[in-house]
Design a protein around this ligand. Structure first.
Ligand SMILES: [Zn+2]
Length: 212
């Protein structure tokens, strides 16, 4: 077991395109060891997902550990995704993933990232996607995700393209929705003091979400 250090925004490894893996690499003992480190690291930091570049490995593998009532995302992983397909997807490891948008309807969540600590940003993404990937035995697999789970996957897979969620926060003078976690909890999270303010798209989905 090894908890790795997480690369933070500004480190070039987070801006590289991750290299695709061969079947031999996926099945190697080194990969098993790397995955264990990724899992240990994600759990230690309390993330809901982790991509290899975040631990300085620019290769195309990511893990998603979506669970209902996730400690860091309790609200987002609670109710609104219950209706969604695969809402309680078990722990998933994806190699060489490819995303296809199935429903481009926009949804927005507050996202966070272990590589961009202490911040949350309001990000809009397509609501339903398909991911084709290789599993840990290098077998082709497909998963369909919607709702918050779709956002989690898109966030993680963005890391493999050198993209950070902060690139997707819509910037408008005087309107950019980017907040420190403390202020996010105080002013934007559901149940916050300012909850009655409807500035967020309550009808879209939930109000607040974050990753990792
Ligand atoms: Zn991230």
């Amino acid at each position: 077991m090894a908890i790795r250090k997480i690369a933070r925004m500004g480190h070039p490894v987070l801006r590289q395109k991750a290299r695709e893996l061969t079947v031999t690499e996926i099945l190697s003992p080194e990969m098993t060891s790397l995955l264990q480190d990724m899992i240990d690291t994600m759990n230690d930091y309390g993330g809901i997902g982790l991509a290899a570049p975040q631990i300085y490995e620019p290769i195309a593998v990511a893990i998603v550990d979506y669970q209902e009532d996730h400690p860091r995302y309790a609200e987002q992983t609670q109710k609104q995704d219950k209706a969604a397909e695969n809402s309680s997807l078990p722990f998933t490891i994806v190699f060489n993933p490819k995303v296809t948008v199935l429903d481009a309807t926009e949804q927005s969540y507050w996202e966070g990232c272990l590589s961009v600590p202490e911040l949350r940003g309001w990000v809009t993404r397509p609501k339903k996607i398909q991911i084709d990937y290789l599993d840990i035995k290098a077998r082709p697999k497909t998963v369909i995700a919607e709702g918050f789970l779709a956002t989690v996957f898109q966030h993680e897979l963005d890391h493999l393209d050198g993209v950070l969620y902060i690139d997707r926060v819509k910037n408008e003078v005087g309107q950019t929705k980017l907040a420190f976690e403390e202020e996010y909890s105080r002013y934007w999270a559901k149940g916050s003091e300012e909850d009655e303010n409807d500035e967020v798209d309550v009808d879209q989905l939930s109000e607040e979400d974050d990753l990792e």
